[in-house]
Write a protein that binds this ligand. Structure first.
Ligand code: NDP
Ligand code: 8X3
Length: 261
């Protein structure tokens, strides 16, 4: 794997799961890091651990990607800190909320998913990419999902949000063509993180059942794919990585030991 020495990476949703693992992986390759999430104390703990391991340096931001003014202030606030020249943006912050048939869906859950997964990603991208262009290039990595390629029962709005991310990957590639911007989508299947716990509003039994009898991906597996994509030579754009557990063949085809669908 190549080196990211002297490069600056901005990772959203670094307080947990894939974002935290990605921060560790990029730090391991020598990147300087801007790490953000709402639960800033967790991000601070991660930053301390990375720096103690000889990685970083890290700059930690308390940030809700849905808050456009806050995103603007956070990006502007990097000026003069040594972290302003963002080379790599990892749009990872996201969530599923609920798993209900569309006709019974919760409006609040829909807003949270669309505001975070789509508009939050847009907010950060819109405010970071112009600086990349002005500096001569950059790399945007969006964490999509198998849910951006398939629709599964009761996945409706979450799937729609990840389908939107898939459209935006293409849109950004087209709109920045000629400006040395690489756009990569890393689309995982089932990854055991806090994702299911969040989806089921803290119901640990229901969350655990998602991974029952099968071996899911780990956050580190996904981080490894991100790291691989961002360490290819500058003229190589890895457009998409679809990363599935060996035990999963589609959103609804999951091999579970001990039976069950
Ligand atoms: P986690 O719940 O473990 O992590 C989600 C991260 O997103 C947290 O750091 C959370 O931080 C952050 N986040 C959520 N809302 C916001 C917000 N409004 N502003 C800033 N940060 C926010 O789940 P994962 O690591 O699994 O999820 C990461 C991404 O991977 C998501 O986009 C998800 O859709 C995607 N994904 C996950 C899969 C899975 O099976 N786990 C499979 C495919 C894709 P905080 O709450 O502190 O703000
Ligand atoms: C998360 C994976 O299958 O729960 O994006 O939608 S899934």
């Amino acid at each position: 794997m190549g080196s990211l020495a002297g490069r600056t990476a901005f990772v959203t949703g670094a307080s947990s799961g894939i974002g935290a693992a990605t921060a560790r992986a990029l730090a391991g390759a020598g990147a300087r890091l801007v790490l953000c999430a709402r639960r800033v104390e967790r991000v601070e703990e991660l930053a301390r651990a990375i720096e103690a391991d000889g990685g970083g340096p890290c700059r930690v931001l308390a940030l809700d990607v849905r808050d456009r003014d806050a995103v603007r202030a956070a990006v502007d606030g990097l000026a003069g800190t040594g972290f302003e020249a963002i080379d790599i943006l990892v749009n990872n912050a996201g969530l599923a909320a609920g798993l209900d048939p569309l006709q019974e869906g919760d409006f609040g859950n829909w807003d949270r998913m669309l505001d975070t997964n789509v508009k939050g990603l847009l907010n950060v991208t819109r405010l970071v990419v112009p600086g990349m262009i002005a500096r001569g290039g950059g790399h945007v990595v969006n964490i999509g999902s198998i849910a951006g390629r398939e629709v599964y029962p009761a996945g409706n709005v979450y799937c729609a949000s990840k389908h939107a991310v898939r459209a935006l990957n293409r849109a950004l590639r087209i709109d920045t063509l000629g400006k040395n911007i690489r756009v990569t989508s890393v689309d995982p299947g089932l990854v055991e993180t806090e994702f299911a716990l969040v989806r089921f509003d803290g119901d640990a039994d229901r969350a655990k059942a998602v991974y029952r009898g099968m071996q899911p991906l780990t956050a580190a597996d996904v981080a490894d794919a991100v790291l691989w994509a961002v360490t290819r030579p500058a003229h190589v754009n890895v457009e998409e990585i679809l990363l599935m557990p060996t035990d999963q063949a589609s959103s609804v085809h999951v091999h579970r030991r001990g039976g069950g669908a």
